[in-house]
Design a binder for this molecule. Structure first.
Ligand code: FA5
Length: 352
């Protein structure tokens, strides 16, 4: 038996030796972290590692030899772990150096430009219009787009059965009560209710109409309301103010024409036309060959409207106007299709 056990021992020792040689040779070929991880699991893995397989097999080894084999296997394990750890340090250092070389940042490179958005031509136009009126002493105020029938119509002298309502059919939120405003004029009432004269304000904003849409009419568009109330205010002041505005926004050569018109909340009333900026008055598509383009409505505030807000018409009078922003922008930028403003097409918008 001693001979046989000696032979078995030698066999196990040579098995461990050959395992050591193989493991060390394989380790030298590990060039990456991934390869080292595979190597570790092959030789030192808890479940399937080759060294552990030997340690697990020890229960079959007779008592006296078990200790020697166990010691030798544990030594091999420790040795391989130390070698692997040294190898890992080499690999990690090399990989980190390679990564740093790859990710070098050249801090001297100029920065990349970020694409910046621009202002929509309607926003731009509204701001320019407000600037002009601000310079004339008008306050810029905003009002609600969802309005009551009272402010949009009744307080402006347009009772429920008034034919002027046909011109401004709209989108009702609560039929007969709440609507999307058809004009910025309800702000005349809102402002006068909240302040005492003198009043000098402009109100830009969106308005809505159930409209047959074409190249010059939208269902949603923008207006700027103007209101001036004082003790001595005449139609001449209205004309001077609108003329000053038209020359500032277009050019000093621009002519303004007042055309008699009718609005229930002004008396007298006038449509405001300006000479077509595109053809300078000689006639073109934009002005439908007339040489003139209508930009808004205007007039002297109706005494009944003043009474509705408890202003005494015997003391105060004033003028109001409502200008279509899209029409102004179309003229300024030479655009003959109003729908371009709401299509959100960058090929169009990038031009401004
Ligand atoms: C009004 O809306 C009156 N509130 C204007 C007013 C204010 C008169 C104060 C008197 C005193 P009108 O419906 O004409 O009026 O519209 C005024 C301007 O808005 C028009 O001249 C036009 O430039 C513009 N506009 C009207 N309808 C449209 C539409 N569907 N699309 C684009 N612009 C429009």
């Amino acid at each position: 038996m001693p001979d046989q056990s000696h032979a078995l021992n030698a066999e196990r020792t040579s098995l461990l030796d050959s395992l050591r040689r193989r493991a060390v040779a394989d380790l030298e070929h590990c060039e990456t972290s991934a390869a080292l991880t595979r190597w570790t699991s092959q030789y030192l893995g808890r479940q399937d590692g080759e060294v552990n397989a030997i340690l697990r097999g020890m229960k079959d080894i007779p008592g006296p030899e078990r200790k020697a084999v166990g010691q030798a296997a544990n030594e091999l394990k420790g040795e391989l772990e130390a070698l692997a750890s040294a190898r890992r340090t080499v690999i990690v250092t090399r990989e980190l150096a390679a990564q740093l070389a790859r990710e070098t940042i050249d801090v001297t490179l100029p920065g990349r430009d970020l694409p910046l958005g621009g202002l929509h031509p309607i926003t731009r136009t509204i701001r320019d219009i407000c600037d002009i009126f601000s310079a004339m002493g008008f306050q810029v105020i905003e009002g609600p787009e969802v309005e009551t029938d009272y402010y949009n119509f009744q307080a402006l002298n347009i009772p429920a059965d008034h034919p002027a309502r046909d011109m401004q059919d709209t989108f009702w939120v609560d039929p007969g009560q709440i609507l999307l405003r058809t004009q910025t004029s309800p702000n005349q009432i809102r402002i006068m209710e909240q302040t005492s004269p003198p009043v000098r304000a402009v109100v830009p904003g969106k308005v809505y109409r159930n409209e047959a849409i074409d190249a010059t009419h939208e269902a949603m568009f923008h207006q700027i309301e103007g209101l001036l109330i004082d003790e001595v205010t005449t139609m001449r002041d209205l004309r001077g103010c609108v003329e000053r505005f038209a020359r500032e926004i277009f050019s000093e050569q621009t002519k303004v024409r007042f055309r008699p018109s009718y609005f229930p909340f002004t008396e007298p009333s006038a449509e405001v036309d300006v000479t077509c900026i595109v053809c300078k008055g000689s006639g073109c598509r934009v002005c439908k060959q007339s040489g003139w383009v209508e930009i808004g409505g205007s007039g002297m505030v109706h005494p009944q409207v003043l009474r509705n807000v408890h202003y005494d018409p015997a003391v105060y009078r004033g003028f109001a106007f409502g200008i279509g922003v899209e029409r102004i922008a179309m003229m300024r930028y030479g655009i003959n299709e109003i729908r371009l403003f709401s299509q959100n097409d960058l090929r169009f918008l990038n031009q401004f």
